[in-house]
Design a protein around this ligand. Structure first.
Ligand code: ADP
Length: 404
């Protein structure tokens, strides 16, 4: 099945055309800085993936998608020449609220529920919904599916998802923990079960998605029982540019002291904090590791804090579960940084998570999952390669096939 995966962000559009039978990508697209005059869109086709760059300055996210659909139909390198040759569209949706506990085919009823979720992720859901509407118009015969970042976490119990605030905030606004990165955590847990050769339902796992954004999930018997991200992706770990959890009183203090607006404070916490804020250098962990190697003190402090907060989250979830069989590392940092994995697990050996230093440093082949703990480590440590677009394509394929 040929699935177009559409991942519409607040200022970006990522898309792939995926042949799900051969698990092959046929087209890749990345548009960045969308909405600004500098916006650009790179599109490339299999087998060589030579990029063509389009100027999409001033366009909205759905206008970029419209441009991409034009390229898909017109470019001689494209495997399709009409939109009807797409068998299904898989849309990544950040927030599914309490409406969606799994991926859903988008019919009129589902579209109405999607509209109700917009206020939960005001920067991300509305552009994704606009893309869905446009594609429903342009290619009404092609089924569309919504795959939610939050769906995997709808199994959390109230003690994990409720905040200790007056109940009216939950009653009136559904303020609660929703979590994120669900597709990745679900996939990482399943891959770890395969590596361990045991059914997922028998296992207790702690999955760590460490990329630009980061979250850790306690997966008990295949179900998410708690996760570090909260009402929004700002809670939890220290991230590339997000602060993660801090004392909420700091916000009101800074706002009063500096007389800044809510929007400005929001921007500081989401875009200027975390690894970037503390290092003063970069949100990219590779840059910060390199600077720390050169003796930069702020870079070293940023890494120390980053590692320490991950260790505390893993320890917390170890306590939250009835058993822990493995810790699973995935996403840009989790998959690629042997140095950070070593620093994280050096502090966790006393909990029975014992890294094999050599295995940790073996550069894994792309797409090959592996165990990097010593053979008799009571709790195994796994590295799993995540591929969000492929997961979305598979889920779309499943729902479209079931539809008959
Ligand atoms: P996103 O959340 O945007 O999908 P990724 O999962 O691609 O992000 O992760 C991006 C992060 O992974 C960046 O901070 C990048 O520096 C980091 N990263 C990638 N490769 C390495 C590496 N070899 N060593 C350290 N960090 C790495």
């Amino acid at each position: 099945m040929r699935v177009l995966v559409v991942n519409a962000g607040s200022s970006s559009l990522k898309s792939q055309l995926i042949e799900t039978d051969g698990k092959m990508s046929l087209m890749k697209c990345l548009a960045e800085k969308v909405g600004t005059p500098d916006a650009y869109m790179n599109v490339s086709f299999a087998p060589d993936f030579h990029k063509t760059t389009y100027n999409v300055g001033g366009m909205s996210v759905q206008e970029c998608l419209a441009k991409l659909l034009e390229v898909l139909v017109d470019d001689p390198e494209s495997p399709i020449s009409s939109l009807e040759q797409i068998d299904g569209v898989g849309n990544r949706i950040v927030a599914g609220g309490e409406y969606f506990s799994k991926a859903a085919l988008i019919d009129d009823a589902a579209r109405e529920d999607l509209a109700k979720c917009e206020e939960l992720a005001p920067l991300h859901n509305p552009p994704a919904d606009a893309c869905i509407d446009m594609m429903r118009e342009l290619m009404p015969e092609v089924p569309q599916v919504a795959v939610f970042d939050t769906a995997f976490h709808t199994t959390m119990p109230p003690k994990a998802y409720m905040y200790p605030l007056p109940m009216r905030y939950y009653d009136d606004y559904r303020i609660r923990r929703y979590g994120a990165h669900g597709t990745s955590h679900r996939y990482a847990a399943q891959q770890a079960a395969n590596l361990l050769g045991r059914p997922l339902r028998d296992l207790g796992l702690i999955t760590c998605h460490l990329g630009n954004g980061g979250s850790i999930t306690a997966v008990n018997h295949g179900k998410s029982i708690d996760t570090t991200m909260g009402f929004t992706p700002l809670e939890g770990l220290m991230m590339g540019t997000r602060s993660g959890s801090i004392d909420p009183a700091i916000l009101t203090y800074i706002m009063r002291r500096e007389g800044i607006s809510f929007d400005e404070m929001d921007r500081i916490l989401n875009r200027e904090s975390g690894v970037l804020g503390v290092s003063g250098l970069s949100a990219d962990m590779r840059d910060v590791l390199a600077a720390a190697d050169e003796g930069d003190e702020h870079a070293e402090l940023a890494i120390d804090m980053y590692v320490y907060r991950i260790q505390k989250a893993i320890g917390g979830f170890y306590a939250a579960m009835t058993r822990t069989d493995a810790v699973v590392m995935t996403a840009g940092i989790g998959e690629n940084s042997a140095e950070l994995r070593e620093r994280i697990f050096d502090g966790l050996a006393h909990m029975g998570m014992i890294l094999d230093r050599e295995r940790n440093h073996v550069i894994g082949q792309i797409g090959v999952n592996r165990i990097i703990s010593i053979d008799d480590s009571p709790i195994k440590i796994c590295v799993v390669t995540t591929d969000e677009e492929m997961r979305i394509a598979r889920e779309t394929d499943n729902l479209v096939s079931q539809r008959g």
